[in-house]
Design a protein around this ligand. Structure first.
Ligand SMILES: [Zn+2]
Length: 315
């Protein structure tokens, strides 16, 4: 029997010896950890302090190991707003573009080098990409959806700790037994600064938000062609288990399916542009019936069409 695409409750699972995946509730963001000789390399930190602490405590209970390093797969806040749960314990590593992305969005940090985020509009830009304010007009019902998204009290006041170390292309750690944990820059794609964590001997990869499973994607501040290319590259790797940024672990078949979804969206929008359609007409007319059963398809498709329209026009 295949597993549901989203988990009923957040939980930690061991997907290969010494490799753990934290699967978010209901398609909320995932995270992971790899055991090294010195402790744990942790990938991503959840979307608020409480979830970051729950993830950290589950890792402690399951492994008894200290955190050697936290790595952020990209700058979106559903993956970094829990950094604070790890900040006193370990350095935070990210791609060299990630600190600049955070600073551009959040402005000068507080005196302690952190940011405090309280406004809904900043949360929307930090979780869904800064271009969300241009795509979703003021007064649109999507703003009510966003308000509900951030209504729970754990989102009132988000504390963001920035990365303390960065790298440009690749960061590798040799694991006990000789395998490696390889963090490789694969952007611009889902945003810019995207990392894939590949453990080749275990045939496992963590994709961050380069892969969504079980919901229609929000294109946000993506580079659509770069994203499709990165998925094409992933399909050349020898992998048994692929952990998406949202949804339960999958195989390369689902990576190919997601690449096909992005291609279908791109082609549908490109066809409208070739036919001379306006952005409003494209947003009203493009449908992708093969994907209409997916969660968030109805809410997100028109904005993804606008996003892809602007991207293709600018290209
Ligand atoms: Zn993201």
């Amino acid at each position: 029997m295949t597993e549901p695409a989203v988990a009923a409750e957040a939980h930690l699972r061991t997907i290969a010896p010494g490799i753990h995946a934290w699967i978010g509730k209901g398609g909320d963001s995932n995270a992971g950890a790899v055991e090294t000789k010195d402790g744990l390399l942790v990938l991503d930190a959840q979307q608020n302090t409480a979830l970051g602490l729950a993830f950290r405590d589950a890792l402690r209970a399951a492994t008894g190991r200290p955190v050697e390093k936290l790595v952020n797969s990209h700058y979106h806040m559903d993956h970094v707003a829990g950094n604070v749960a790890f900040a006193g314990e370990a350095p935070i590593l990210a791609h060299e573009k990630t600190p600049g992305k955070l600073a551009a969005l959040l402005g000068p940090a507080d005196a302690d080098g952190r940011w405090t985020v309280t406004e809904t509009i900043t949360k929307v830009c930090a979780f869904y990409g800064p271009n969300t304010v241009e795509l979703v007009p003021e007064g649109h019902p999507m703003w009510d959806w966003f308000a509900r998204r951030f209504a729970p009290p754990e989102y009132d006041r988000l504390t963001i700790c920035p990365p303390t170390e960065t790298f440009a292309d690749r960061y590798e750690v040799t694991l006990p037994g000789g395998d490696v944990a390889r963090f490789a820059y694969r952007g611009p794609a889902h945003c810019d600064g995207d990392l894939i964590l590949h453990i080749p001997g275990a045939r496992v990869a963590f994709m961050g938000d380069l892969l969504f499973h079980g919901r229609f994607p929000w294109l946000g501040d993506s580079d659509l062609d770069g994203w499709i290319e990165t998925l094409d590259h992933t399909l050349t790797l020898d992998l048994d288990i692929v952990v998406p940024g949202h949804g339960t672990p999958v195989t390369l078949a689902e990576v190919a399916g997601f690449r096909d979804l992005l291609r279908a969206l791109r082609e549908a929008v490109a066809a409208k542009i070739s036919a001379g359609a306006s952005e409003d007409a494209a947003a009203a007319e493009v449908t992708l019936p093969a994907y209409a059963h997916m969660g968030r398809y109805a809410e997100w498709l028109p904005f993804d069409v606008r996003n892809a329209y602007r991207y293709l026009k600018a290209g």
